[in-house]
Ligand binder design. Structure first.
Ligand SMILES: Nc1ncnc2c1ncn2[C@@H]1O[C@H](COP(=O)(O)OP(=O)(O)O)[C@@H](O)[C@H]1O
Ligand SMILES: [Mg+2]
Length: 596
């Protein structure tokens, strides 16, 4: 824990440094002191020995007393022996716990031997054993040749290094004490550092962690004016910039996702292995129907449908977008898959655009159906015209009567073609919205009477009674009278055609306060089969499929009617029971009357 922290590392480093310096210093100092002391002792001993020699030379004869006095003067620390070759002349060594020196010991040492042989002064540090024979005491020896009573003698002075070792020991102890104090000071210093350096760092770490969790408002306090303070300032700036960028980013993302979800086209993004990354609601509908058709659950599947995967494979190999189409649950879907790149040539996935093409396809079908229907409707009269006119040209007719009959058929068929063309033109005008209604205030009673009387001749011919009944005889209404006459003409014409002799047709006027003017055209005719009812207002729809000759319609009448009523913002409906009769009702809403 401590080793892992900056303070711990600083502490340890400083401690190591201090210890190293102290150790080096100690070793050097001790060495220096030792050398210095040894030299001092050697010089002292030499001086003392020389003085002893001097004194003994001056007092030849009573040398023994002199030596005794000298040995006492040089103190307890220093011992003196005087040898005459192998013979011990004088020794101040004696008493307990003192080392023992024999003439052999000295003569065995090659350096000390030089005092005897070469008669020169020798200084030396040597190890001595105590009376028990333990080696361990070291002492400094100075040997000097001496003339005593006319004989060649040698004086040796010894001083033990014990006291010097004492000094060294206490020096080391002193240094150790200093080291201990240094360690304590360093520790205090480290704690001081921890508050000055580490505390702001810890705060910054906490703030960084908070920011990582998304709390961008966490500020770092600026405690110092040094580099750490600057770091805190930089950190705060970074936090601000980060917050700004994150906000911008999330706004951008929201913007994109709201665009995506409000798009009419479906969008699916998926990665290379086919895992779906993002979808929008239309895409979700496509996925639902795909998995439903394949018998799976959408919720259990995160993979993109196989069609898209195949298109993706193609797009990958062609390196451009691919287009496809598929029919699912009766709807047509157009698919466009384009690869998504991470960089210039690394494909990471694809985006698929899915468009519901059902309406376009239905329109296409309507158009082709329309053309087919028109040509079909034209074929019958044209072939009739061709056949009968050919017969007349070839003079096949037997009698004049037959010829007239043929001419009559040709005339009827040309009328029918004319009706068809007029109806088509009307319908085209109505459906393109180019029809202008000229609203007028129309008194309903005379208007309906006039239209019904228009058909009375035809009705009488077929044995059908036609009548108009009004709820309100005085009522007036705003609409385009010519167009509504076209509606009523179509409805009454249909009624007459589908009502057998003896039947009756009623045109009934009602008003509803809420809905407006209601007009019913009711007949007691053949009725419309229930399964045909939803389609009667469609173009070219005929309940009786056989295209009979003569007054049979074009199948466009009710389509035109519906368009006219819609243009008036009205509503048309039909009720029918087979063999009981049919009622067409249309509503014309009240419009604001112009203040004329
Ligand atoms: N009053 C009615 N009684 C029975 N069937 C009707 C009636 N009005 C319309 N229909 C059916 O609806 C079809 C469509 O009518 P319409 O669009 O006017 O075409 P058309 O009159 O040219 O045949 C007719 O062919 C007929 O089968
Ligand atoms: Mg009709």
């Amino acid at each position: 824990m401590l080793w892992g922290s900056v303070v711990g590392k600083l502490w340890a480093t400083i401690l190591l440094l201090v210890s190293f310096v102290l150790i080096v210093l100690t070793v050097l100092l001790v060495e220096f002191f030792e050398n210095f002391q040894i030299e001092n002792i050697e010089n002292d001993l030499t001086k003392t020995a020389e003085q002893i020699i001097k004194v003994t030379n001056e007092h030849q004869g009573s040398s023994n007393e002199v030596l005794q006095i000298a040995s006492e003067l040089i103190g307890n620390e220093t011992k003196m022996i005087i040898l005459n070759d192998d013979k011990m002349v004088f020794s101040s060594i004696g008493g307990d716990n003192e080392f023992e020196i024999t003439p052999e010991l000295i003569k065995n040492d090659p350096e000390l031997l030089k005092v005897f042989t070469e008669r020169k002064t020798v200084k030396k540090e040597m190890a001595l054993s105590d009376d028990a024979g333990n080696e361990g005491l070291s002492a400094i020896v100075v040997g000097i040749p001496l003339e005593l009573n006319g004989e060649q003698d040698e004086v040796f002075l010894f001083q033990s290094l014990e006291s010097m070792e004492e000094t060294t020991k206490s020096t080391t102890q002193f240094i150790l004490l200093a080291a201990g104090i240094a360690i304590i000071l360093t520790t205090i210093f480290a704690f001081f550092l921890s508050t000055r350096i580490n505390a702001p760092l810890v705060k910054m770490r906490e703030a960084a962690l908070a920011i990582a969790r998304g709390k961008f408002d966490t500020k770092v306090p600026i405690l110092t004016q040094d580099e750490i303070g600057e770091l805190a300032i930089a950190f705060n700036q970074m936090r601000k910039q980060l917050k700004f960028n994150m906000n911008a980013l999330s706004q951008e993302k929201e913007h994109l996702s709201s665009i995506l979800s409000s798009m009419a086209d479906g969008v699916i993004t998926f990665n290379k292995d086919g895992t779906i990354l993002e979808t929008n609601p239309p895409a979700e509908r496509f996925l639902q129907s795909w998995y439903f058709e394949k018998g799976y659950n959408r919720e259990d599947n995160v993979n993109v449908p196989l069609v898209l995967m195949n298109l993706f494979d193609e797009s990958e190999s062609f390196d451009k977008e691919r287009v496809g189409e598929i029919t699912l649950q009766g709807r047509n879907w157009g698919l466009i898959v384009s690869p998504l790149y991470t960089n210039a040539d690394n494909i990471r996935g694809a985006v698929a655009i899915i468009r519901d093409m059902s309406d376009e396809r239905r329109m296409d079908k309507l158009r082709t159906d329309f053309i087919a229907n028109v040509s079909h409707e034209l074929r019958t009269p044209i072939s009739m015209l061709q056949g009968y006119s050919e017969a007349i040209v070839d003079d096949i007719a037997g009698s004049e009567e037959e010829k007239v009959e043929m001419a009559r058929i040709i005339y009827d068929e040309s009328l029918r073609m004319g009706r068809l063309v007029n109806d088509l033109l009307d319908l085209a005008k109505l459906e393109s919205g180019k029809m202008n209604l000229s609203y007028e205030c129309v008194p309903i009673s005379p208007y309906l009477k006039r239209i019904t009387s228009k058909f009375s001749g035809l009705a009488k011919e077929k044995g059908i009674t036609i009548s108009a009944s009004l709820q309100d005889n005085q009522i007036q209404w705003h609409f385009d009278p010519d167009r509504i006459e076209q509606v009523l003409t179509n409805l009454i014409d249909n009624a007459i055609r589908h009502t057998p002799p003896g039947g009756n047709i009623d045109v009934i006027q009602r008003t509803s306060d809420r809905r407006g003017l209601i007009i019913d055209v009711r007949d007691s005719g053949s009725g419309i089969p229930e399964e045909d009812l939803p389609f009667v207002f469609e173009r070219f729809y005929k309940a009786d499929k056989a295209r009979t000759r003569g007054r049979s319609g074009t199948g466009l009448g009710l389509a035109i009617v519906k368009n006219i009523i819609n243009a008036h913002d009205g509503y048309i409906s039909v009720n029918s029971l087979p063999n009981k009769g049919t009622t067409f009702s249309f509503i014309l809403p009240r419009i604001m009357e112009n203040a004329e």
